[in-house]
Design a protein around this ligand. Sequence first.
Ligand SMILES: Nc1ncnc2c1ncn2[C@@H]1O[C@H](COP(=O)(O)OP(=O)(O)OP(=O)(O)O)[C@@H](O)[C@H]1O
Length: 482
Amino acid sequence: MPVSNDAPATSIHVERGRRELLKAAMNAVEEWVVVVDAHGCIQFLNAPYAEFLGVDAEAVLGRDAREVIENTRMHEVLESGRAELAQLQLIRGHHMIAHRYPILRDGEVIGVIGSVIYHDTWEWRQVNAQVQALEAEVDYYRQALETTTGARWKLSDIIGESSAMRELAARVRKIAPGGASVLIRGESGTGKELYAHSLHRASARAEGPFIKLNCAAIPEALLEAELFGYEEGAFTGARRGGKPGKFQLADGGTLFLDEVGDMPLAMQAKLLRVLQDREVEAVGATRLVTVDVRVIAATHRPLEALVESGEFREDLFYRINVVPLVIPPLRERREDLPGLAAHLLERLARRSGRRPPVLSPAALERLCAHHWPGNVRELENVLEAAFYLGGSHIQPTDLPDAIGTRRSEISTPPLDSAAHCTSAITLDTPVTTGPLREAMAHAEHQLIEKALCACGGNRTQAARQLGIAKSSLYEKLARHGL
Ligand SMILES: Nc1ncnc2c1ncn2[C@@H]1O[C@H](COP(=O)(O)OP(=O)(O)OP(=O)(O)O)[C@@H](O)[C@H]1O
């Protein structure tokens, strides 16, 4: 009969309409809503929440909430059966306020409904700003605490999955426990300081101080007092009571001598003596003090060439180069780029309290094509600019023009390769218009390549032909990534 046939169809229709209305209502509210079943699996996620989480609301149905929502406590509520009201929850770097209620049937918990009530609304941003200010304060004190030992970074802070970086990490683990001097080599911005910190943190001296001295940043006249300290009245202007030097401060720990290649010759002799005798004499002092210090040095300069030209003592070179650690430039481990970019963007987002932006594939491609003469520091600077210029998605247009275009297109074959001489780059290559500094760097790059090519890759001859010191050629080679 028609009546009996139509009745179920109508009720199904009505039921479906009700469900759709309910779903539309849940998607229309400002709150972000999630419902899980008795197993903690998602049965409903409203559209605004899915959008924030960057997931498909339908695709996550049936998945464990812990896999989808950071720091969720739905399982805890399932277990306790108790509601949690106005709880702070950190999701994707944002502090949210969430309620969670158990869903009961016949006194039994059959699920949980959770709602995020404050997310990016103006009011919560005010609260969030206060929380972030407090967090920054906590960070400050945490860092101050860490700097009593000085080393901020540890091995796990160094991002890089390339085989070169994995080998480096293994080497660090191996050499850190011993007390041998380590010389860290690598172009500027490759992360030498990160490795120095990590070596200290992984060593038996981790509880001891980590003291850094940048040899290039201290005027020559002050370097001795900085390194070895001074006694009261040692010179005019000397502080009353004198001042301990970096060696005394690093006693029982590690002294990191950054830019050691820039240390003046006279100081090199004094440093060598201390490293040999393990005794320091403060300026104006009459007695020697024994110190127990592990020295880690770093430089981006070509020490071998400096030794050859007499600018760096050979005996000191061997003394500090007991264990060499060479960090490859970023362009030689481009596979690290996506991970590094994501890590650096996340770090920027955390510091500014924003959500990490998404790097578009086209932008990533441009980054991967760049030559990165300034290595990770340059990448950091480029991403920082893009972070503030771009929105939630970083596009190629948010990157500086020079990234992944002109300069990076210049091929840089290995020095000894025969291809070197067949390089298509000639001085007749038109120099693109742009800042003078860039044009000059471009011309310098080409001149060096030409000279090397003409001299069959012999650097001494090439330096002579260019009329510059060999050490200066080495520096330029490093700068141009040749
Ligand atoms: N592998 C890495 N993972 C994460 N951050 C990195 C990495 N390498 C470098 N950085 C970041 O890049 C910046 C430069 O690193 P660092 O100061 O250690 O370089 P450097 O080689 O000592 O440079 P310089 O020779 O100019 O002193 C820092 O902000 C550091 O945190």
